[in-house]
Design a protein around this ligand. Structure first.
Ligand code: SF4
Ligand code: SF4
Length: 347
């Protein structure tokens, strides 16, 4: 089937799944949260404060990868905490590579040496998601809570650029928008281009990243009302860039929604597809979403958990979410309406 038709049929499948509250298409990816541990101390993150020491063993992760492969799911996201805190991370990468599964890794890019980067480039990792929150060491290090982080990230990106040659691996920057970096957002786009990266995605800061449904209007990282005018201007400038350049990975609808999000206004237009697009495996072996567990992978398979009664109940709650987190990965994949998506995809 032509790839455009394939993409459209997937979009229709997702759309209908959400309407019927029953998954009609399999998840595009499964995220495996490898650990809650991290070497950084980011000011917007609660992972490193967590006392939770749960981690799946290498054998358990291999078993999950086998299930993903047998189900015919094409991609895995490896995330954390910081995935490279695990000593067996390269065994995991190598195992998924042997199963020909494409991987995306989300990392703070501070723990990799040249040799390890070479290993990644020669594996089936297709995308690296790197956190970069400022154009200056001062800003990025303040946000990431550890001095020297900015220089390490830039060095890692340079190594990737030097070694990747013609290999099919994409490097994407993720930038968390908050009060502390509002005036640098446009410059981060320029920096990302200068560093020869493939794209940038913006994410507004969440008030609690262990419970992304929680809202705290008093969160000191939020953009305050006194800076709303500046925020509108910056976001409008990003939208202008987005309109002419897909280097910015957010949809225009998503960027527009951020203005209301930071003003604590309801976001009726946001359609969340969490629990339909992909599944998340937690370090304690649960398949879960922000609304709770779908199932326990120590007792059932991923497929059983995905189609479980509990998953159906959580999906109903997801559809009624009144406090959208605006994580870009959960948002409407058809930019507002299925009709618009059809037109866009047939262009
Ligand atoms: S790098 Fe990621 S996991 Fe680590 S503290 Fe920062 S946000 Fe949290
Ligand atoms: S928008 Fe989706 S992922 Fe975010 S809190 Fe609401 S239901 Fe959860």
């Amino acid at each position: 089937m032509h790839w455009k038709l394939k993409k459209l049929s997937h979009l229709y499948g997702l759309h209908l799944s959400r309407v019927l509250n029953r998954p009609l298409v399999k998840p595009s990816t499964i995220t495996i949260t490898l650990t809650s541990r991290c070497n950084l101390r980011c000011i917007m993150c609660d992972h490193w404060k967590s006392k939770n020491k749960d981690e799946l063993s290498l054998e358990e992760i291999k078993n999950i990868i086998d299930q993903i492969s047998d189900w015919g799911i094409k991609g895995i996201d490896l995330s954390g905490g910081e995935p490279f805190m695990r000593k067996d991370i390269f065994d995991i990468i190598q195992y998924a590579t042997s199963k020909k599964i494409a991987m995306n890794i989300t990392t703070n890019a501070t723990l990799l040496n040249k040799k390890e980067i070479e290993k990644i480039i020669n594996s089936s990792v297709r995308r690296i998601q790197i956190s970069l929150d400022g154009t200056k060491a001062e800003t990025h290090d303040l946000i990431r809570g550890v001095e020297g982080t900015f220089n390490k990230v830039i060095k890692t990106i340079d190594y990737f650029d030097e070694l990747k040659n013609k290999k099919d691996i994409k490097l994407n920057i993720t930038t968390v928008i908050m009060k502390q970096n509002l005036t640098e957002l446009l410059e981060i786009i320029e920096l990302a281009k200068k560093l020869n990266l493939n794209s940038i995605t913006f994410q507004p800061v969440v008030d609690d990243n262990l419970d992304i449904r929680r809202r705290n209007a008093l969160n000191p990282l939020r953009i305050p009302d006194s800076k709303s005018g500046l925020m509108d201007k910056v976001i409008n400038d990003i939208i202008k860039i987005r309109k002419r350049d897909p280097f910015v990975g957010n949809s225009i609808q998503h960027l527009e929604s951020m203005k209301r999000y930071f003003r604590n206004k309801p976001l009726k237009e946001v359609k969340c597809y969490a629990g339909f697009i992909f599944g998340i495996v937690a370090p304690n072996g649960r398949l879960w979403s922000c609304m709770g567990d779908f199932g326990n992978l120590y007792k059932e398979t991923i497929k059983e958990a995905w189609f479980s009664k509990e998953a159906g109940e959580k999906r109903k709650m997801i559809k009624k979410c009144k406090t959208p987190c605006l994580y870009p990965c959960y948002l409407n994949p058809d930019e507002g309406s299925i009709i618009k998506a059809t037109i866009n995809n047939l262009k």
